[in-house]
Design a protein. Structure first.
Length: 134
């Protein structure tokens, strides 16, 4: 089962992306809807905030579920500035809050929840795929 949606890359579209993924999960009987919603919110809002210098662009969100293997994946595709979130330094979560640097915690959480993250640049597109066995 595969579905996709193309949305404007602004923060106002984050809720549409989250709803799209939540509905896909529910239609396919996949749990952990709230955790996946956090993942979508983090990835989509990062694209909305940083991918396009002029703030105008689009994001394609693709949901795919392979029933026999119980593998669910989400792919986010944008044609914004090249950025591989997997290269972001991991935050030191052992430091007290007041000593931590700002940023990086969202991707850290995404990495902890998902089983696999794959980034690639194809032409002028950032393609980030997140995979979870459900």
């Amino acid at each position: 089962m595969r579905e996709d949606i193309v949305l404007s890359s602004d923060l106002g579209s984050t809720s549409y992306a989250t709803t799209f993924v939540r509905e896909f999960l529910c239609r396919n009987g996949i749990g952990c809807v709230d955790k996946f919603s956090i993942v979508v919110d983090e990835i989509f809002s990062n694209i909305a905030n940083y991918a396009y210098k002029d703030g105008k662009g689009s994001v394609k969100v693709v949901c795919d579920y392979d029933v026999p293997s119980k593998i669910f994946s989400m792919t986010f595709i944008d044609s914004g500035v090249e950025y591989n979130p997997l290269n972001a330094p991991e935050p030191d979560v052992k430091l007290p809050l007041e000593k931590r640097k700002i940023g990086g915690l969202g991707i850290f959480i995404v990495k902890k929840f998902m089983d696999k993250l794959v980034y690639r640049r194809k032409g002028n597109e950032n393609i980030l795929t997140l995979v979870k066995k459900v």
